[in-house]
Design a protein around this ligand. Structure first.
Ligand code: IVH
Length: 673
């Protein structure tokens, strides 16, 4: 294809992908399948890599991220980002409405909206293109997080329709939908990682990531709620927001009662009371309702205080809170040995369910709240999230209670607990002798996302453990028909089913076997990364911390955990037996066919931005061809693979150390032989 034809095709694909993206993510009404969408996207990716000069920085291919921000730049807001005055009582809303009515000319009209509980963002569009996204910061200046915001699918990179001002800012809230938050926590739990506390903080933490590819995976979402600019085409807020929907933004839907024009205090109250109940059914968290004066001219009449507009007010919902008695604190031992304290409560009704237990997180949390058994505690539930204890009613503390003493030995096996420096959690170190850890590891191993063994569930694992037939995952592959038939509730059919399931699991790909091993902090995504990068267990087994952290997204904590895992004799023994049983410990032959030893033993440092490959791809190519990646230059580094925008200090250091500096083309020549 020549340059001209490519340009036309890129334009067509870009437009089509933009429309499909909008239909899928904003309107929830796709007209093509995911497969067809991916095909179009792949075609565009290929063309952009063949004709790099034609690749647009706002192309739909940029949604997957990849741009790295070393330091978020601080930028002054063109329009200060103010906050809202809050009220917790309906009387204050009545007062607000009366005040407005007195001060404006004519009858005021109000717009009621949801108060999304996320992170505020201001996004500037110039000539219809997203040019900059800035956080609220202190209201006067915020951080430029453009690369990260571009990965959010409901934020248009190029506006659709007509009539948008040449230069304007739109503001809204970025949040993590509750189902996304719950799935994320589930997978963290499966990886033995600490779970996140709530969707809001997780969204905020995600947006602070330096690697936008990580943000892309977080599936953040937005609602837009205000426009700012010198030449907005409408005279009121409602019309502007509705119009923004036609330009491709995700806006609250009047049909779903998420936004409403109101003309009286009764209508405002109706909206508040409706959402106070209905919010439990929303797939995202809100913490109140915002009431705004609709006409811009009336907004101007009312003006601003130092901190907030006089034309708007937030009504905050009270988090539902009850008090109950803490009967006892018990402790759970997870598969990685992590101890979780659990509050056992006098059952109490909260938000439509009966609450009997609440997580206490860790020893610090207990000490901070000074919770004691027998105390009356306040329990709160926000949205769908697990109930939490937020404090103690000291006036009801019975006499003679003592501060809670955190356990020092494992409640299951009696081994003294340890707590690593800088970690909040206590651990039971008796990996090979502590029953919940042994069973937990096997349960993790057989799980759906790991080895997915048909016919084997938690109950059977319990039975096998109790009968002394299985203590680790390798033992499962030694089970015989006769041994299994002797177990309760097992018959010919279920036994055969189980044996067949074990046999079938031998075809499960390496990345899932790696996940199934249950290495602490190695969740599904990390396992995939490691498998693709190291390709075989033999290579991974001998990788050093330095080699591991050279893989993108693998930090020191994960690296140390991997090295620690393979330094233990009993893990090596189990892995050896699993290999003998026939499990996959290498990536498939097709993928391996791409491997060579052309870079055997050579150490690389990658720096800067490249035209034809992402840094991740380059790292993978180095590994695939027998080379090694390290993070920083040293006397042992053979090559500095240098791209654009590499810092001058690095270059100088490489020159001083006599390291060979090569570009992308040199590198391609090296691996092509
Ligand atoms: S309007 C000048 N509308 O609440 C007022 N804010 O406490 C601009 N928020 O920083 C804000 N939902 O992050 C507005 N529908 C909504 C909102 C909303 C959530 C957040 C926003 C703001 C904070 C104010």
């Amino acid at each position: 294809m020549n340059q001209n034809a490519a340009e036309t095709r890129i334009a067509t694909l870009t437009q089509a992908l933009r429309e499909h993206n909008h239909r899928y993510y904003v309107l929830s009404a796709p007209t093509i399948s995911d497969f067809e969408f991916d095909q179009l996207l792949k075609e565009l990716e290929q063309l952009e890599s063949d004709f790099p000069a034609l690749a647009d920085s706002n192309s739909p291919t940029k949604r997957v991220g990849g741009d790295i921000t070393d330091q978020f730049e601080t930028v002054a807001h063109r329009y200060p980002m103010m906050s809202l005055s809050n009220s917790y009582s309906q009387e204050e809303i009545v007062e607000f409405e009366e005040r407005v009515r007195k001060l404006v000319t004519g009858d005021p009209e109000y717009v009621c909206e949801l108060k999304y509980d996320g992170v505020a963002i201001g996004i500037r569009y110039e000539q219809g293109r997203l040019s900059r996204a800035v956080t609220r910061g202190d209201g006067q200046k915020g951080e430029d997080i453009t690369a990260n915001v571009k990965t959010i699918r409901t934020v248009p990179l190029q506006l659709q329709g007509k009539g948008w001002p040449a230069d304007f800012e739109i503001r809204g809230e970025i949040f993590m939908p509750i189902p996304v938050f719950e799935a994320l926590n589930k997978s963290r739990e499966a990886a033995g990682e600490a779970t996140y506390q709530n969707p809001r903080n997780t969204a905020s933490g995600s947006l602070k990531q330096k690697d936008s590819a990580l943000v892309a995976q977080r599936k953040l979402d937005t609602y837009l709620y205000a426009l700012f600019g010198d030449d907005l085409p409408f005279g009121d807020h409602y019309a502007s927001v509705v119009q923004a929907g036609d330009w491709g933004f995700k806006i609250p839907q009047p049909g779903q009662k998420m936004i409403r024009k109101c003309h009286s205090i009764d209508e405002i109250m109706e909206f508040i009371n409706y959402w106070d109940k209905e919010r439990a059914n929303l797939p995202f968290e809100i913490d109140g309702i915002v009431i705004k004066v609709n006409q811009y001219s009336q907004q101007e009449q009312l003006g601003y205080t130092a901190k907030s507009p006089r034309w708007a007010i937030a009504y905050k919902f009270k988090a539902e809170r009850v008090s109950t008695i803490l009967r006892e604190v018990t402790y759970q031992v997870g598969r990685t040995g992590a101890i979780t304290p659990v509050a056992n409560l006098e059952p109490v009704s909260l938000g439509g369910t009966t609450v009997k237990r609440a997580s206490l997180h860790n020893a610090d949390q207990i000490a901070k709240l000074d919770i004691r058994e027998g105390d009356t505690v306040f329990v709160e539930k926000g949205g769908e999230i697990i109930p939490k204890i937020i404090g103690v009613d000291l006036s009801k503390r019975p006499p003679g209670t003592k501060p809670l003493e955190y356990i020092t030995v494992c409640p299951e096996c009696g081994t003294p607990l340890i707590r690593k420096e800088g970690e909040a959690q206590h651990y039971c170190p008796n990996e090979s002798g502590c029953p919940p850890q042994i069973k937990g590891r096997m349960e993790h191993f057989i799980g759906r996302k790991a080895m997915d063994i048909d016919g084997l569930g938690e109950e059977t694992i319990e039975q096998l453990f109790e009968a002394g037939l299985a203590n680790n995952s390798a033992d499962l592959y030694n089970l015989s028909y006769n041994q299994l038939m002797r177990l309760e509730r097992m018959a010919d059919k279920s036994v055969n089913n189980l044996l067949k399931g074990l046999e079938a699991s031998k075809q499960i790909p390496f990345e899932r076997v790696l996940f199934a091993l249950g290495i602490r902090y190695v969740g599904e995504t990390v396992a995939k990364k490691l498998a693709r990068y190291f390709q075989t267990l033999d290579r991974l087994k001998v990788a050093t911390v330095e080699e591991l952290v050279a893989v993108d997204e693998i930090g020191g904590r994960i690296a140390e955990s991997v090295v620690d895992f393979f330094s233990k004799e009993h893990h090596l023994e189990v892995v050896g037996r699993l290999r003998e049983a026939g499990l996959q410990f290498e990536i498939s032959e097709e993928q391996q066919a791409l491997s060579t030893d052309r870079l055997e033993g050579a150490t690389f440092v990658i720096s800067g931005v490249f035209e034809r490959h992402t840094r991740d791809e380059l790292k993978q190519l180095i590994e695939q061809n027998g080379g090694k990646n390290v993070g920083s230059l040293s006397g042992k580094t053979a090559y500095l693979l240098a791209g654009d925008k590499m810092g001058p200090a690095k270059l100088a250091k490489a020159e001083k150390l006599g390291i060979k500096i090569i570009g992308e083309a040199d590198f391609e020549a090296m691996i092509e032989g």
